[in-house]
Design a protein around this ligand. Structure first.
Ligand code: NDP
Length: 452
């Protein structure tokens, strides 16, 4: 008999927490999952999945004009947002149920309620029906993710966050989005695709700080071409509600009046109410839980994975961390994940995907690199009026000829870069790219034909 009720309590049934629990249980660990909201978490219910469905939906306006370029005659083309949101929510209900089944069928207990860590081995749960219960556990995993965070200024309460933007009952006539990170540019593309008067307000000169400079430049141009109004190098000083509209005062003293304002100014670890500070768990500047390479906090029985640790805030990283934790702690497998060459995509329009270093990062790291570029109009756009161009780049270390990074902006970037990421992770040299025969005609073949 164990001295604890459970071997593992996982707080948070998102993608990372669910993987941790399932794999731990498969090794025989007695596991409890605690989730206050619906099982599935941010990515499945409030992030990647619903966002991507809306990205798909919003792209049909461009597909239709492309189709006209290919001599289709299309009449009465219009969208039904309310119906779309219902269909999207039906799919999310299905995915939520899959998560519940995954957890239960792998032998874990699942409790709907908010967990608080009240001791190194003790969790109190305020169940959604109001009852409070407590359990002990040998190990506790925190996998609660993050939440939207807004800067402090008068009227910031009039901004909706991405959770709310995914669930608007009606489309506004106009929207301003504050920020220029992943979420801001993705939602700007969604609303613009639905024909909404879309404004992007941000403090940097270009969107997506940290990305390759040419890619950023290319995105700015494409967003403008597609009709998004760019307000760069400004911040919001005040938001005032005026009847049905919202007036935004910008730091350059200009004003903007729109129906809806969305804040996409970053996310912070969702640690409120978890009791971690009280227990003495070490946190970083943004409230992130600090962990060692075992995903273990300074309290040896408490672990954390995913966005709440604010390392690489991407779902597949959280899943990989949770799986490796379960392998190590309950499966007897000494396995750690690699944080090198983690690819990522931004589902802006056009989409972006990257893996590895960009030229600016390589130079900052004093690496002797050369960049190869290809910029072209895709075959599909040659017979339409679509001016969109594609940009691809490789960053190659001169001494070793190792490919250190690949960057792309254009259709299907994520699908293409995923494959390139395998090659780069395997240590491919520029000559390996060069000796690979291209698939013709495709955009992807440009990655193996870059000569200068
Ligand atoms: P990001 O960190 O990507 O972007 C935050 C944006 O807010 C930046 O433009 C930043 O400006 C701005 N900002 C931050 N603080 C302030 C401030 N005080 N005043 C004005 N502007 C401010 O966050 P997101 O919310 O877009 O996304 C969160 C995370 O979620 C991402 O980092 C990503 O890891 C993940 N994500 C991944 C997706 C994907 O994989 N496709 C999709 C969506 C989210 P500045 O650049 O000037 O600092």
């Amino acid at each position: 008999m164990s001295e604890y009720d459970y071997d593992l309590i996982v707080i948070g049934a998102g993608s990372g927490g669910t993987r941790t629990a399932r794999i731990s249980a498969s090794y025989g660990a007695k596991t409890l999952v605690v989730e206050g909201d619906r099982a599935g978490g941010t990515c499945v219910l409030r992030g990647c999945i619903p966002k991507k469905l809306l990205v798909y939906a919003s792209q049909f306006s461009e597909h239709v004009s492309d189709a006209e370029g290919f001599c289709w005659q299309i009449e009465n083309f219009k969208s039904n947002w309310a119906e779309l949101i219902k269909k999207k929510n039906k799919e999310l209900d299905r995915l939520h149920q899959i998560y519940v089944n995954l957890i239960k069928n792998s032998g874990c207990d699942l409790i709907s309620g908010w967990g608080e860590v009240i001791g190194p081995n003790r969790v109190s749960i305020r169940k959604n029906d109001g009852e409070i219960i407590e359990f002990s556990s040998k190990k506790i995993m925190i996998a609660v993710g993050g939440k939207a965070s807004f800067p402090d200024f008068e009227g910031n309460n009039y901004m909706i966050n991405s959770d709310e933007a995914l669930d608007l009952n009606n489309l506004p006539n106009s929207i301003a989005i504050y920020g220029s990170g992943y979420i801001a540019v993705e939602f700007a593309g969604i609303f613009n695709g639905f024909g909404i008067d879309t404004h992007l307000i941000f403090r940097a000169d270009k969107a997506l700080r940290g990305f390759d400079e040419d890619v950023r430049q290319h995105l700015m141009r494409s967003m403008k071409d597609k009709g998004i109004s760019i307000h760069n190098e400004v911040t919001i000083s005040k938001i005032i509600k005026e009847n049905e509209n919202i007036k935004i005062k910008l730091s350059d003293n200009s004003t903007l009046s729109v129906e809806t304002v969305m804040g996409a100014t970053g996310r912070v670890p969702n640690i409120t109410g978890l009791g971690l500070q009280e227990l003495g768990v070490e946190l970083g500047e943004r409230g992130e839980i600090l962990v060692n390479k075992f995903n273990q906090t300074n309290l040896k029985s408490i672990y954390a994975i995913g966005d709440v640790t604010n390392k690489i805030t991407l779902t597949p990283v959280a899943i990989a961390e949770g799986h490796a934790f379960a392998d190590r702690e309950f499966g007897g497998i000494d396995r750690f994940i690699s944080y090198d060459y983690v690819p990522s995509a931004v589902f802006s329009q056009p989409s972006i995907a990257v893996v590895g270093l960009n030229y600016e990062e390589a130079k900052k790291n004093k690496l002797n690199v050369r960049e190869y570029k290809s910029e072209f109009r895709a075959l599909k756009n040659t017979v339409t009026d679509n001016p969109e161009r594609t940009l691809m780049k490789l960053v190659v270390e001169q001494d070793t000829q190792k490919v250190l990074g690949a960057h792309m902006i254009g259709p299907d970037a994520a699908e293409i870069i995923q494959g390139i990421a395998i090659a780069i992770k395997a240590g491919a040299l520029k000559s390996d790219f060069d000796s690979t025969i291209g698939i013709h005609p495709s955009a992807a073949e440009e990655f193996v034909t870059m000569r200068s």
